[in-house]
Write a protein that binds this ligand. Structure first.
Ligand code: SAH
Length: 409
């Protein structure tokens, strides 16, 4: 089967260099060539000398200005990322290539994901399918389409056929981000079911059960990228624990069996309502508090309240490089407030999902905050995103989650 020969690594697709490409030819500048040569897969609009008349979402053949063929890419007529390389060879049939790569993505998860029926099945560039996210929540799949190429009808049809044949889900839902569609100059469309009629299910990670409702919540449903970090945090959790920015209770519910008391804090009432259902599903007692995390930590600290385990998992403070300084101040403030509440011998799990904040920068601000709070830190674990969110070393944007675990005295 041709499909199965396309492995995770694009160079193995070199056999596809057969007939002359019946596709538009884009020409890129030396800077674009250098970027691709470094292993990255993006070419910015400013590095495209000619699009060769490509239409929105077309598969194009990419060449250097001197004519050397560099591979095939998906073209976007509106994004600053004009080209996303999908193969070093010619791609005569993109829907067929997509089917093969979805198959590879599934095989990768079958190998590497344990103790969970929920995981990211397709992680865009990191699965060589730029612009496509597919998450699995037990028997419901939820997909997000982020680019013109992935939105094309034949591509959607191939995706649905492959997902339904391979995984036999009860249903497939699509989550639409209207802002992204606008940026990609795609017509608006509604979130909803693409296949089947089942909209809710229960999924399980590390033995902990969670309610899933298609079309509700943030992300496609849950923060699957933290799955392995939940299990890690649970190994250190003890005494009284606080899960700050708890969303639907991922950390709190993993800590509950190990701790004498667990409190989850979030500003979103709908998230806490699901968290409460999740606690009931697992027969656990967790106190959920709807509050601004910064205010609550300050009030607790000034009331002299203390605890033994704190998880901080805030939303991305740095949405771009421009507000990095403000973001770093936010992380420092948050960690400082946590240190004021932690008992000696306590554990701090400090996360950041801002791509623009590096692991080193996060360690520095936490260390700074500890110094201000006169606390001593020992860094127990430097963790990242779960393995179903693979990282391509040559594409730094695929690596974004940091999860640091500290012993605090
Ligand atoms: N720890 C969660 C994911 C957290 S995502 C998990 O593992 O599932 C970030 C959360 O922070 C969101 O649920 C959002 O509602 C919440 N949030 C954002 N700003 C907040 C604030 N100022 N105070 C409290 N919660 C906040």
């Amino acid at each position: 089967m041709t499909a199965d020969r396309a492995r995770l690594s694009p160079p193995l697709l070199a056999h596809e260099k057969t007939a002359a490409p019946p596709i538009p030819k884009a020409v890129i500048t030396q800077r674009g060539v250098d970027r691709l040569r470094s292993g990255h897969v993006w070419v910015y609009r400013s590095d495209v000398a000619s699009t060769g008349g490509a239409g929105p979402g077309a598969v194009v053949a990419v060449s250097a200005e001197r004519g050397r063929f560099l591979g095939s890419a998906l073209y976007s007529s509106s994004s600053q990322i004009a080209l996303r390389l999908i193969s070093p060879g010619v791609v005569p049939d993109f829907p067929a290539l997509l089917r093969a790569r979805v198959g590879n993505a599934f095989a990768y998860r079958e190998r590497l994901v344990q103790d969970s029926d929920a995981y990211r099945l397709v992680f865009s560039e990191a699965d060589f399918l730029p612009g496509l996210i597919v998450d699995r929540y037990n028997d419901i799949l939820c997909l997000e389409i982020l680019t013109q190429a992935m939105d094309a009808e034949p591509v959607r049809a191939a995706l649905l056929a492959e997902l339904s044949e391979r995984l036999r889900p009860a249903s497939i839902a699509e989550r639409v981000d209207l802002h992204i569609r606008e940026l990609e100059q795609l017509p608006p469309r509604a979130s909803g079911l693409l296949l089947g009629s089942k909209t809710s299910t229960v999924f399980t990670m590390n033995g902990v059960h969670f309610q899933f409702e298609a079309g509700a919540g943030q992300k496609t449903g849950a923060f699957l990228d933290q799955r392995e970090n939940y299990a890690a945090a649970a190994r250190y959790g003890r005494g009284e624990a606080l899960d700050v920015f708890c969303y639907q209770g991922g950390f709190a519910l993993h800590l509950a069996p190990r701790c004498t008391r667990v409190t989850g804090v979030d500003s979103s009432r709908p998230a806490l309502e699901v968290a409460d259902k999740n606690a009931a599903l697992n027969g656990r007692e967790v106190e959920w508090i709807e509050a601004n995390a910064f205010d609550l930590l300050r009030d607790y600290a000034s009331a002299g309240q203390q605890c033994d385990t704190i998880v901080l998992d805030p939303p991305a403070f740095a949405k771009s490089r421009k507000n990095l300084d403000t973001a770093l101040r936010g992380y420092k403030e948050l960690n400082l407030r946590a240190f004021k509440m932690l008992r000696s011998g306590g554990t701090l799990v400090s996360c950041s999902c801002s791509y623009h904040v590096s692991e080193g920068e996060l360690i520095d601000v936490v260390t700074d905050a500890a110094r201000d709070a006169h606390r001593t830190l020992r860094l127990l674990e430097k963790r990242s995103q779960a393995r179903d969110h693979p990282i391509l070393p040559a594409v730094p944007e695929t690596s974004y989650l940091k999860c640091l675990i500290f012993d605090v005295s």
